[in-house]
Design a protein around this ligand. Structure first.
Ligand code: SAH
Ligand code: AVI
Length: 332
């Protein structure tokens, strides 16, 4: 990203296409640095935010519809059930700021429940997907001002163009689980700066559970999650002049009980050499690239993390099957 965050509202100005091109160039440079560094280090790893280009965002939407992937339908049902209670506790919030908004589909439930709301600020790194979702939300909710911001939510330092007002933050889908505990704490501290004193923050957090449920959610029978992971290598080929043969890597999802997280890897199926931006990388059969973590939390464990970052836990809801949790936090 050229700066921490950019407003898609700039699209209305004549310099819009130049700003968009600059953002794209900066994002490709960041991707190149992450891939070249990540493939050179041991163990090899590439940060999960690069999974979300236009193709990756579309594949993630497919994941949310899988029978094995319980988080989206569970959280949606919880927002339907507890929406009024959440709105009551969020008080007079008139600005909703969503981190990693994706399709914003669940957000409509929250928007409908919040009477005083006039502005919605979705933040996402996946630019074209964000622009489409913002347009759809504005069309669905008459009178709501939608101000999309494109960028990395771990590096967002200001909410440019956002009016003053009482803010409710929203971080859905357990995307906070894609951050390590240290990264999640730093994210929550930064969000406190962005949202300000008196604000509330609603966070969807996946619960620890049996591996019979957890593993298929990250390794589905139809191979949609595998396609989502492998798109990272296809993205390297598209954007960084790479020559990965995606049929020679396999998606691997395993649970690390010590760290309480699903870990996702791309594993080389053979000895091979791959080129990226003119640099060669050799892979032995079985060698892996770590592409994602998805941390799972018990309710008190997440409340402790939030408290350590300066947020006061106000309420936590879980579904009847104890699959997922919603946390409401306040910044006093
Ligand atoms: N909240 C939605 C989408 C979850 S998928 C839901 O619950 O269904 C995760 C979303 O976060 C994607 O849209 C992805 O593009 C975005 N994302 C991931 N890492 C990001 C980062 N570091 N900065 C900004 N957006 C990020
Ligand atoms: C976006 N995030 C919360 C998803 C998760 O469950 O960790 C990403 C995902 N990766 C594979 N499947 C889903």
């Amino acid at each position: 990203m050229a700066s921490d965050i950019s407003s898609l509202l700039a699209e209305d100005r004549p310099s819009a296409s130049a700003a968009k091109a600059a953002r794209r160039e900066a994002e490709i440079a960041a991707f190149a640095e992450a891939v070249l560094d990540g493939l050179a280090r041991r163990p090899r790893s590439i940060p999960s935010r690069f999974l979300y280009d236009a193709v990756g965002s579309t594949l993630f939407e497919e994941i949310t519809k899988l029978k094995e992937y319980y988080p989206t339908r569970t959280e949606t049902k919880m927002l339907e059930t507890f929406g009024a209670e959440i709105a009551e506790l969020a008080g007079d919030a008139d600005i909703l700021v969503e981190f990693g908004s994706g399709s914003s589909r669940k957000t409509s439930l929250l928007i409908d429940a919040l009477d005083a709301l006039h502005t919605y600020v979705p933040i996402d790194v996946s630019e074209s997907f964000l622009a489409e979702a913002a347009k759809r939300l504005a069309a669905q909710h008459a009178g709501l001002t939608v101000k999309p911001l494109v960028g990395d939510f771990t590096r967002t330092r200001t909410l440019i163009g956002t009016p003053r007002g009482e803010k409710l933050g929203f971080f859905s889908g357990s995307t906070i689980g894609n951050l390590t505990h240290e990264e999640a704490k730093a994210f929550l501290e930064n969000a406190a700066q962005l949202l300000g004193r008196g604000s509330t923050f609603l966070i969807g957090v996946d619960l620890k559970k049996s591996l019979d449920i957890l593993i298929p959610a990250y390794d589905d029978a139809d191979g949609v999650t595998a396609a989502f992971s492998l798109n990272l290598l296809a993205r390297v080929n598209r954007e960084l002049d790479g020559d990965f043969d995606t049929t020679k890597f396999a998606h691997v999802a395993l649970y690390n009980a010590d760290k309480g997280r699903i870990e996702i890897y791309l594993e080389s199926l053979t000895d091979q050499k791959v080129n990226v931006l003119g640099r060669g990388f050799t892979f032995s059969k079985g060698e892996r690239i770590h592409t994602e973590n998805s941390h799972k939390y018990a309710v008190p464990e997440f409340q402790d993390l939030a408290s350590a970052a300066g947020w006061r836990p106000v309420e936590a809801w879980t579904d009847n099957d104890q699959l997922f949790s919603l946390h409401l936090l306040r910044l006093d």
